[in-house]
Design a protein. Sequence first.
Length: 365
Amino acid sequence: MEYFLPIAEVYVSLPLIFLLSLIVGILSGLFGVGGGFLMTPFLIFLGVPPVYAVPNEANNILGTSISGSTTHYLKGTLDYKMGLMIVVGGGAGTLLGILTFTYFQDIGKINIVISLAYMYILAIIGTMMLVQGVTEIDRARKKIIIKKKLHDHYWIHGLPFRMRFKKSKLYESAFTPIIIGLLVGFIAAIMGVGGAFILVPAMIYIIGMPTKLIPGTSLFVTIFISAIVTVLHAFNYGSIDLMLVIVLILGSILGVQIGQKLSEKVDSSQFKTILAILLLLVGIAIAYDSFFAKDLLKVANVDNGVKSLSPLAKFVKDLSIDQPFIYGMFSIVLALGLGIGAAIVRKQLSNLRKRYIEKMRTQGK
């Protein structure tokens, strides 16, 4: 079943997008990585232009991040002060990223820039994960235990304006998280990813945060950066498609819950090599599609699609053009609502499960 996206003006299979989003969500929950660097290329392969794939996936990341961040808030595993300092840099980085995005779009090179960015990033991450996965399997087989230093000291630790972060029990320069946020925001604006693949290692090896605070703080930062990316893309280009966002968020949230449950039962390190190979294959596919493949995508009759828009779809399209800021804010509220709603439902289901187990134990006695 194909659906005409009124904003991107292409036909896509919503069930297939939901299935892919579900799979990517499972991988995200299982391995603890963001799914943006997989889902955005998948959207591009399905015919969604990169200029639309990037902001819609950013909006999806916003929904899944608020869901996960709410869970960590309830557990108290979140450093707000550190997160806000990263957000300061992330906001500036996002603005720089949008300016760069606009420049390459104006000269007609944005599609190839996005493709090249994904090709190199996936190649680097895939290779690193493959090496790490093979090494972990080898160490586990040989029962080798390696003691690591908490973090090394780099030039960034010598910056001025040091301040105390009580939650993380750190005394760091304010510029350290700001510079990290600057890089994360820049990449998020161009590639439509949450930036966790940079942010999490930076929190561990550069900032030196306690491990238990990293997932919640990373998600907290991603909420703000994804929201800024969404609003700026909606305001400048009107490129957010609500139906696509809803399908992406529903699939991702459900997949993340499944992945997190699976991670409690299996050793994800054994599957890390599989994910690494998948990333490398996606990178190779992007390279082939960018440089060698002819444009064989079936171009749907866009004129007929636009003319046959339902009243609701026509209203959404007109709103994105006439009131881009309001449209962008609405898309953020929608993503936040779905994310918070999913977190509440998960909490209620967890409580019901605990009550059921307690009831069965009582009856057993």
